[in-house]
Design a protein around this ligand. Structure first.
Ligand SMILES: Cc1ncc(COP(=O)(O)O)c(C=O)c1O
Length: 455
């Protein structure tokens, strides 16, 4: 088997340049290959498998649900597990975000949030409402479908589809390490980033803006990047002032990953709509949701037309809702969110030691969502040339050690390398130690390779 080629079968893999080791099973934080090799899942797939792999309680519960009822269409029926799951999701969200529209994943959740925002203004102000634009940011990822990709600010993911996307306005991210203002502190970066929102609203006219979308902690676009709390204080105030909805994309940072049920709670901000997915069902089934306030629900569904002009076949799939309910119940019962918060702090302390390696430029994160950004020159923050394939090298070196990370790049003007570290939130201290040792070995090996032992 070639190490750099996808297997020759009927699967349309993501890349032809990866050898796709075959996984036989998963146990806790480990993935086990068919050759018996054990890998620590240091990124939970892509911040998905929050309670780890092979959970028997979830498996048994899922079996019972399949035997009972696997599918009903939301246009006609409801099922107790859908209602119970919605109630639990609402209880994890701040304030009066009480109304949960289930979908199948993160992109659908973002699409739903955008359409909900538009319909809210149409129901409130009439069909002549000019409020439709959604302001978003560079260095962000919100999904692969056209609406979600239109608000995404990662150039590499947009480039070839650009002519087909909606031209929503984009502002700068609260990306302190590479902030465009020369700000010296995260606090200052956060203030300047928030001020850009007001400037952009005024440029387009508030009467044309429906919503502002942001992640609370950045995922794949610049992993672990987060603002100071002042950012969300200001953003909330600006959105209120100009009558604009705040959509929080918690697809990656939500569902316990940040050390709170939703990362909005960490920043003490109440968005108008939250998009969730990924960890919501911990990967045991595909599920996402857009959760909105009483005001939005009331305007569309009670005082308004009573019909949300939107829908997917698998919206509120009872099997997915049942599984997600069980996952959330286990997280609450076992206090995994608290565990993730404590383990996140422990991991963060350990990660600080990696600054001694010449390629480690920036380490940031909250809870169990950390990012490391690699650079060629720490002083100038110059990234490696794309041909070096630095993040792939880190990925391969760690895979050899038995650790899976989520590599990526492009946040330094299309160049740059980073990894996301986001293990299951039920990870133990001993497992963090093992994860860290493997990560350090991988980084040390690549540092030696790229600098020919000269550092
Ligand atoms: C913040 C964020 N939003 C939306 C999405 C899209 O989710 P999905 O891949 O489930 O469609 C992702 C996926 O990585 C994400 O990280």
């Amino acid at each position: 088997m070639s190490l750099n080629k996808a297997p020759n079968n009927n699967v349309f893999y993501r890349s032809q340049n990866w050898h796709y080791p075959k996984i036989e099973s998963g146990q806790g934080v480990y993935l086990i290959g068919e050759d018996g090799k054990r890998y620590i899942d240091g990124c939970s797939g892509s911040a998905v498998a929050n309670i780890g792999h092979g959970n028997k309680e979830v498996a048994e519960f899922a079996k019972k649900q399949i035997e009972r009822i696997a599918f009903t269409h939301l246009s006609r029926w409801t099922v107790d597990v859908i209602e119970e799951c919605a109630s639990k999701v609402a209880s994890w969200c701040p304030g009066d975000l009480n109304h949960v529209y289930f979908v199948s994943g993160g992109s659908e959740a973002v699409e739903t949030a955008i359409k909900m925002a538009r319909q809210y203004y149409v129901e409130r102000d009439g069909e002549q409402s000019s409020k439709w634009k959604v302001i978003s940011k560079w260095h962000s990822y919100h999904g692969a479908t056209f609406g979600a990709l239109s608000v995404t600010g990662t150039i590499g993911r947009r480039k070839i589809y650009d002519p087909m996307l909606t031209g929503y306005p984009k502002i700068n991210q609260f990306y302190h390490y590479r902030n465009p203002w020369g700000a010296q502190t995260l606090y200052e970066t956060s203030i300047l980033a928030a001020k850009e929102l007001e400037t952009e609203i005024l440029r387009h006219g508030a009467q044309n803006i429906a919503a502002f979308i942001t992640e609370p902690i950045i995922g794949s676009a610049a992993p672990g990047v987060h603002p100071d709390r002042i950012y969300f204080d200001m953003v909330r105030e600006i959105c209120n002032k100009y009558d604009i909805l705040l959509i929080m994309d918690e697809v990656m940072a939500g569902s316990g990953r940040s050390g709170a049920t939703m990362a909005s709670n960490i920043f003490n901000v109440k968005p108008d709509i939250i998009a969730v997915a990924k960890g919501l069902s911990s990967g045991y089934t595909p599920l996402g949701a857009a959760v909105c306030t009483e005001e939005i629900f009331d305007t569309i569904m009670v005082k308004g037309s009573g019909n949300f002009i939107h829908g997917h076949t698998y919206a509120s799939n009872p099997l997915s809702c049942a599984i997600a309910y069980k996952v959330m119940e286990i997280i609450e019962r076992e206090q995994y969110i608290e565990n993730g918060r404590v383990m996140g702090e422990y991991l963060r302390e350990k990660l600080e030691h990696l600054y001694k390696y010449p390629i480690v430029g920036d380490i940031r994160g909250i809870g169990l969502m950390h990012g490391i950004e690699f650079v060629k020159n720490k002083k100038t923050k110059e990234p490696f040339d794309s041909k070096v394939l630095l993040s792939s090298k880190i990925n391969n070196a760690c895979m050899e050690e038995g650790l899976v990370l989520y590599p990526g790049g492009g946040s330094a003007n299309g160049k740059g390398d980073h990894v996301l570290i986001a293990p299951p939130i039920n990870i133990t201290k001993n497992e963090i130690d093992i994860l860290f040792d493997k990560l350090e070995h991988g980084i040390k090996k690549v540092s030696k390779d790229v600098f020919n032992n000269n550092w």
